[in-house]
Design a protein around this ligand. Structure first.
Ligand SMILES: [Zn+2]
Ligand SMILES: [Zn+2]
Length: 438
């Protein structure tokens, strides 16, 4: 079983802050959807002939004979919630975001977990190409704000149901000539869903892909115009993007724009999308899914969205030496003896009420050990309270840098401390400014 804790959890927490802040800035409402859904929901939306549903889903039967599945992804659940809770009767568009665990059955190996976290953003009731561009911009900004370098979008258009008919025909004709050499999955896909041939990870199948017909050559007038607009918006927003003519994202619900998010490792800057030695790491993806609501029995609703692989983003951040934004306490409360301990508890309450982050260890008796903890945290001031201070209603403020300590009346403590912290900060800025090491 895989647990996440310090120091990695600090990066997860930072990323969650970034996701929450940007979701708010882009006008998304938070939604919590259940981990368990009817298996049928994923069969109808993601599609039966996908690895996700066919091979990687945890399915269970309840005593009441319901067949449930641990969610492999979030979009289907959000679409179900949209229909079930009457979001369609609210002013459109509706923007929803979620964060939570997804499940994928596989043999656990390094870096691939059966449970992993995804954050997702669904922009529902939006058909304008600006929505596609806005969505990609949000995804890129989340990656950048978290500290990932060279974040870019790989995108393609897979057209609508109308233009896909001729593309599928061309694709089938191309692959039929290679069918003997295809893997067993692809032999089947040739008859069930030819688009998925492009997703195959088998080496021989991947080799055939580079000469396969490209989706963009088969787009109808509307799809072509939509995609052109999306690219124009991306240009104007200065989003770093590359066209990937074979990107199809193998889930049934996508149409038109599909995209993946990648962070190119800092050693290898891209010259163009196709000239790289190492595959850049993908950390998320999405696209338009105008048919999904209908597929689930809801009203016609255009939509676009994406999901981020949170564990993958943290992994990339670690490789790129992104440091967690750790907040250390600014003061440390040191107590001596039982009466002082009680007093310290009250003092800590006062400090918290004033927004002053204080370190403490009330279980410790040794003053030396408490000073060591204060030193380790790098706090500038220690507040010391012993039996004498309790009786005299006073507290000692010790400057940990100079060793000077001063006795202050209890009621003046907050004021005195704030003044010192303010001066200490100013001091630090001046030192940095003149290049003197602080
Ligand atoms: Zn079309
Ligand atoms: Zn294959």
């Amino acid at each position: 079983m895989h647990d996440i804790y310090e120091p990695d959890i600090a990066l997860f927490d930072d990323l969650q802050d970034v996701v929450r802040d940007l979701a708010r800035a882009y006008g998304y409402q938070h939604i919590e959807i259940p981990v368990l859904e009817d298996k049928d929901l994923f069969v109808r939306s993601v599609g039966l002939d996908t690895d996700m549903v066919e091979k990687e889903m945890y399915v269970l039967k309840t005593r009441g004979r319901d067949i449930l599945a641990l969610r492999p992804e979030g979009t289907a659940g959000v679409a179900r919630a949209y229909i079930q809770n009457g979001f369609m009767y609210m002013p459109q568009p509706v923007k929803l975001w979620y964060w939570g665990p997804m499940f994928r059955y596989e043999n656990p190996q390094a870096g691939r977990y059966r449970q992993h976290i995804q954050a997702g953003f669904e922009f529902l009731g939006a058909d304008n190409p600006i929505a596609d561009a806005e969505t990609m911009q949000l995804a890129v900004r989340i990656g950048e704000s978290f500290g990932l370098k060279n974040v870019c979008v790989y995108l393609n258009s897979i057209g609508c149901s109308a233009c896909r008919v001729s593309y599928r025909k061309a694709l089938k004709a191309y692959y039929r000539t290679k069918s003997r050499k295809l893997c067993s999955d692809c032999k089947r896909r040739l008859h069930t869903n030819a688009l998925r041939l492009l997703d195959c990870k088998n080496e021989t199948c991947m080799m055939f892909r580079k000469d396969a017909p490209e989706t963009l050559g088969y787009l109808c007038k509307d799809c072509s115009a939509h995609f052109k607009k999306v690219l124009e918006f991306l240009d104007e927003m200065k989003i770093n993007y590359f066209l990937d003519p074979y990107l199809v994202r193998g889930l049934d619900y996508y149409n038109q724009t599909v995209f993946e998010l990648k962070a190119i490792p800092s050693q290898q800057q891209p010259v163009d999308g196709h000239e790289q030695q190492k595959e850049p790491l993908s950390f998320g993806g999405g696209g338009r899914y105008d048919y999904l609501m209908k597929m689930l029995g809801g009203p016609d609703t255009t939509a676009v969205g994406f999901a981020l692989g949170i564990d993958r983003m943290v992994e990339i951040a670690k490789q790129e030496q992104v440091k967690a934004k750790k907040q250390n306490p600014r003061v440390y409360v040191i107590q001596m003896g039982d009466i002082a301990r009680t007093k310290a508890l009250q003092m800590l309450d006062m400090l918290r009420a004033q927004g002053i982050f204080a370190g403490f260890d009330l279980c410790r008796d040794s003053i030396k050990a408490q000073f060591r903890s204060a030193d380790r945290l790098g706090v500038r001031y220690a507040l010391i309270i012993g039996q004498k201070e309790v009786v005299d209603h006073e507290v000692l403020i010790r400057d940990m840098e100079t060793g000077i300590q001063e006795s202050i009346p209890e009621e003046k403590m907050i004021e005195a401390l704030k003044e010192r912290l303010r001066l200490a900060r100013k001091d630090k800025i001046n030192h940095t400014f003149y290049g003197v090491p602080s």
